[in-house]
Design a protein around this ligand. Structure first.
Ligand SMILES: *Cc1c(COP(=O)(O)O)cnc(C)c1O
Length: 454
């Protein structure tokens, strides 16, 4: 036992409630309830101060890839920390960040070779938005300052990222602080804003995007999209071909495509990056969550030579990209990220995902018979189970009833940790999860949904 473990659970709970302000959390409720304190991780499991084990059904906020406390990653981190913990990229280069960029360039969609590091998904998106606009300025089009965004999109919580997002409950308060965007309908087939039916539609939602492009011709810098699935919006899976058609439109109207792969990158969808399912190469791509396997904060905004070269010029031309974060390219995070990429190879992880994805798909079928499951959505090893008050009409549960949260609390009693998105139960486990663990996750979630809704 190390020194810190001498502090009792009771004391930790007290200090937590007294001093720690938790994200996306109503602290009045948090302070009232008894909270779990995690002290250990093993594979897909989290272990609390009392030794209780919880299957990590959301990969510790969608970051974990190879399991908790994975030996190889621990070793890579220990090795690096004895050589160099941090050195800045402002005025100096550092070994691990160089190697990582070169390795990532081999696996990102072709042409995405220029890496701008930061340390989280929001900053990666801030960088993307500023980069896209400054590119337009250098390309002689300062009037191209607007962005096409999607309702229900999530790109992070800093103000630029919030501006290009579209989730009312998170974003409305900050409206006076946000810049305006051209918002397109969400590709949310279960609740299509345009009243279309997926079986018969022609993706009229794509036509709506084109309309925005036509009406704002010559004024748009970029289009911002979460490829294949809107994550925080409720695991909303886009119709096949949607992304590809957006790429065609961006080409036709000369608009930069910014793909936010923060959640989808690093194998989540079954391929390394979601864009690869549709053969799409974005102009700018943001990556973060899985990049360092859930160990340390790290992010990158990746772009093409075309965008990068627009920033080249003499010092006096002021074409420099004036943006940067203190911990850019942190060597510890980069060392773990590098080892994580090797583990993808060593474990043949992408191939190993296929039977797991199939098992998840098969397992989800059992939810179709539940009387309050309105819509099941899956993309790779991510899924959303949308619970509804009335299955016939699709009427949602009032959000105040906290149905999603109540299901999660039931699951927790049964040894599974998951965090819902509104009334959607989320499945987003570490990619290393076994088929047996998937079965366990699903059976606990099914029972928990039944307890809450039936
Ligand atoms: C989580 C997320 C972000 C924000 O990342 P943070 O590291 O939480 O700032 C941005 N975009 C997408 C798609 C995400 O899922």
């Amino acid at each position: 036992m190390s020194g810190i473990n001498h502090i009792s659970t009771e004391q930790l709970r007290l200090w937590d409630k007294r001093h720690v302000w938790h994200p996306f959390t109503q602290m009045q409720e948090w302070e009232r309830d008894e909270q779990i304190i995690i002290v250990k991780g093993e594979g897909c499991w989290l272990i609390d101060t009392d030794g209780n084990r919880y299957l990590d059904g959301v990969a510790s906020m969608w970051t974990n890839v190879h399991g908790h406390c994975r030996h190889e990653l621990n070793e890579a981190l220990k090795e690096q920390v004895d050589r160099l913990e941090h050195s800045t990229l402002l005025g100096l280069a550092s070994e691990q960040s160089i190697i990582l960029a070169a390795r990532l360039a081999e696996i990102t969609p072709p042409g995405l070779d220029r890496f701008f590091y930061s340390d989280n998904g929001s900053t990666a998106m801030e960088v993307a938005v500023k980069m896209a606009y400054q590119y337009q300025v250098h390309a002689g089009h300062p009037e191209r300052s607007r962005f096409i965004t999607f309702r229900n999109a999530y790109h992070g919580d800093t103000l630029g990222a919030v501006s290009v997002g579209g989730i009312g409950i998170y974003h409305t308060t900050f409206k006076p602080l946000m810049f305006e965007t051209l918002q397109a309908p969400a590709p949310y087939c279960y609740r299509c804003e345009l009243g279309c039916n997926r079986l018969t539609c022609n993706m009229e939602c794509v036509d709506a995007v084109e309309q925005l492009m036509v009406h704002n011709a010559g004024l748009i810098a970029g289009l911002v999209i979460e490829p294949l699935v809107q994550g925080a919006g409720g695991m909303i899976v886009q119709p096949p071909g949607f992304l590809h058609r957006l790429r065609e439109l961006c080409d036709r109207y000369d608009i930069l495509m910014i793909a936010d792969e923060v959640a989808t990158g690093f194998g989540r969808t079954g391929k390394m990056f979601a864009c690869q399912h549709e053969g799409v190469v974005p102009d700018i791509m943001a990556i973060s969550k899985g990049i360092a396997a859930g160990y340390l904060p790290l992010a990158a905004t990746v772009t093409t030579d075309k965008v990068y070269s627009a920033f080249l010029g003499s010092y006096a031309e002021l074409k420099t990209f004036f943006h940067g974060h203190t911990f850019t390219g942190n060597p510890l995070a980069c060392a773990v990220a590098l080892r994580s990429l090797e583990l993808f190879q060593d474990d043949n992880l992408l191939a190993a995902l296929q039977p797991k994805i199939a098992r998840l798909k098969q397992g989800l079928e059992a939810f179709e018979t539940l009387s309050h499951v309105g819509n099941l959505r899956q993309c790779g090893l991510a899924a959303g189970i949308e619970l509804v008050e009335n299955r016939e009409t699709g009427a949602a549960y009032p959000w105040e009833e906290k149905v999603g949260i109540r299901v999660s609390l039931e699951a927790r009693k049964r040894g599974v940790f998951t965090r819902p998105l509104g009334n959607t139960v989320v499945i987003f486990p570490p990619l290393v999860i076994s088929v047996d663990e998937i079965d366990l996750l699903l059976s606990v979630l099914k029972e928990s949904i039944q307890v809450v809704t039936e």
